[in-house]
Structures are given as C-alpha cells and as structure tokens.
Design a protein around this ligand. Structure first.
Ligand code: GLN
Length: 319
C-alpha cells in the first residue's frame, strides 16, 4: 500500500487514475444500465469517468470525466444539505438517521415505523426532505439549481427535462411512498407537486469533475474552495459537514452501505445514473461514473474504482 506525499502526489495520482481506468474496463458487461426510468435505459453502458479534487485546489481526471450524467440519488445529498441549512435539526422530527438495510425504494419499514423513513438517502426519506424544501421555497427546482450552479461555478448547469418527464410519468412507486407518508401525517404538500420537484432534482446532470468540485465543502470542513477570484465560502457549518459525512458512510449506498464501508471506508453517495461521489475528509473528493449497475442499484465499475483508489492511496486512513 502506498501513501502519497505532496511532492509525489501529482504524477502518482495521474498514474493511479490511469491504472484504475485500465483495470476497470475488465468489468464492463457485469452490470446493467437502469431501465425502470425509461430514458435512463438509453445511456450507452460502456462508459467510465473518474475525477479527483484535492483540498489544495488541484484536480485529476481520467476517461469520460467531463461527460454530464444523470445524478439521480446523488441529488439526495444536496437536498439534505439544503434542508440542514434551512431548517436545521428540526428535520429529524420527520426522518431518521439509521441505515435501512432495505432497497432504496422499499416500502416495508414505513408501515411499522409509522410513516417516518429511516434516513434522508432512501427514496421515502428524500421525498420528505423535498417536501420540507417545497414548503420553504416557492420554486425549489431553481433554488436547488442556484446552489448547485454556485458550487460548480457553472451557470449552465441544469436538469434534463426529458429524463425528468420520463421518471415523472412512471413514478408510481414514489407516489405511493408519498401518499403512504401523507396518511401518517408526515407529508405536508400535495404529493404531485413534490414529485414534480423530486423528478427534476433527480434529473440534474453533472460531470465527474463538476461533482467532485461541488462536494468539496464536505472534505474541507464545510468550506467551498474559492475559484476564479472568488473568496472561499463557509457553505455549511463544519459540525454539519461532519454529520453529513457520517450519514453518507452509514446510509449513502442504500442496502449496500455496509459493503461499501467495508470495501472503501469513505463516506459515499450513489445514484442509479451510475455515479458515485466519495469524500476523503481533509484530503479531497472523488467522483466516478459508469452506468452499469449491480442488483442494488450501485455502479459496478464505480465501486471497484473507489476500492482500488483507497488501496493505492490509503486515503481511508487519513487524516
Ligand atoms: N430517481 C430515482 C428514483 O427515485 C433515484 C433512485 C436512485 O438513484 N437510487 O427511483
């Protein structure tokens, strides 16, 4: 196992990413592109991109790292952070913070737990978060986009309207989750309105390089890095950044969270678009994208690439 020193970092990291890119290609064909959202099924399967952003401002990338992809559940990370910033700890009255051990779109726990979802990163929990934000913002879709454009420094960042529509037309299970929670009094707005916001949110597109940049505040004590003459910004309180990372470690990969912690040992958030973002606190962020998914909805090559990266850098032991 190799630990990177700052001087060795630049060449080593580029070499490591190239090596991972080469190794990962052997896994093409092992997973399947998500098809329950019809428009996602059209994505070409054999793609792989990876980007690393370090807290010193340096960035590294390989493969399709500049290709925009559908963030899907990775947006649950951003809506959760937005809710934490706007309503604070009050949100814990409506959603828990325990791993679910069940599929991301499962209904089973909701009945025994009286409409309170296990955590904000499964669909039911994310729908509650979007409900909270729908109450707070007249135009949540644009409020979220504004925050993401600021974090990526990309004024053109947007959601893919075709994918949003495709999910909205087939969102029967998510609608059922929302109505079920409403029956327990844990849903304020009309499910139709919240689902409109949720499907747009999930259809947000970013590349790996943008995703690594957008999550930098989580590796950097809540502080986003200043770029292009901008000042650093305390985007999230340091204590909250620590809490978000803890939740990502325990709940960020749905019912594979334990396996991810075992294999990778870093806070992660995955999505059925094939993206995964990982945080190495104090070191940097890693975004990887490869659309072929395993049975639990996580990117096969993405998980492999992150596992190899921590093996080759020992970032899960630092700082
Ligand atoms: N939009 C997707 C859904 O609600 C997101 C799921 C995911 O990425 N795991 O089903």
């Amino acid at each position: 196992m190799q630990t990177l020193t700052p001087s060795a970092q630049a060449t080593d990291l580029s070499t490591i990413l190239e090596q991972i890119h080469t190794e990962a290609q052997a896994l093409f064909g092992q997973g399947r592109v998500a098809s329950y959202i019809p428009a996602l099924a059209e994505v070409a399967p054999r793609q792989f991109g990876m980007a690393v952003a370090l807290v010193d401002g340096s960035t590294y990338s390989v493969g399709h790292a500049h290709t925009p992809f559908s963030l899907q559940s990775i947006t649950k990370l951003f809506t959760f952070v937005l809710a934490l910033k706007t309503v604070g700890d009050n949100l814990w009255q409506r959603v828990g913070r325990e791993p679910s051990g069940a599929a991301f779109n499962s209904m089973v726990q909701l009945e025994t737990e009286k409409g309170i979802p296990r955590n904000p990163f499964i669909n039911a929990g994310a729908l509650v978060i979007t409900d909270i934000l729908t109450t707070r913002y007249a135009h949540l879709d644009y409020a979220l986009l504004g925050a993401l454009r600021r974090l990526t420094d990309d004024p053109d960042l947007s959601w893919n309207a075709r994918i949003a529509r495709s999910e909205r037309e087939t969102a029967h299970r998510n609608m059922a989750l929302a109505y079920f929670m409403k029956s327990y009094g844990n849903f304020v707005n009309e499910p139709e309105l919240v689902l409109d916001n949720y499907c747009r949110q999930c259809a947000t597109e970013m590349s790996c390089t943008q995703l690594a940049q957008a999550t930098m505040f989580l590796a950097n004590g809540g502080r986003d890095l200043g770029r292009d003459g901008q000042q650093d910004e305390q985007f999230l309180a340091a204590d909250d950044a620590r809490r978000v990372n803890a939740l990502m470690l325990t709940c960020g990969a749905y019912d594979a969270a334990g396996d991810f912690a075992y294999r990778i040992g870093l806070p992660v958030k995955t999505g059925v678009g094939g993206g995964i973002v990982a945080i190495a606190p104090g070191v940097g962020t890693i975004a990887v994208w490869a659309p072929e998914l395993d049975a639990k909805g996580n990117s096969v090559l993405g998980a492999f690439a992150l596992e190899r990266l921590v093996q080759l850098t020992a970032w899960n032991h630092t700082p």
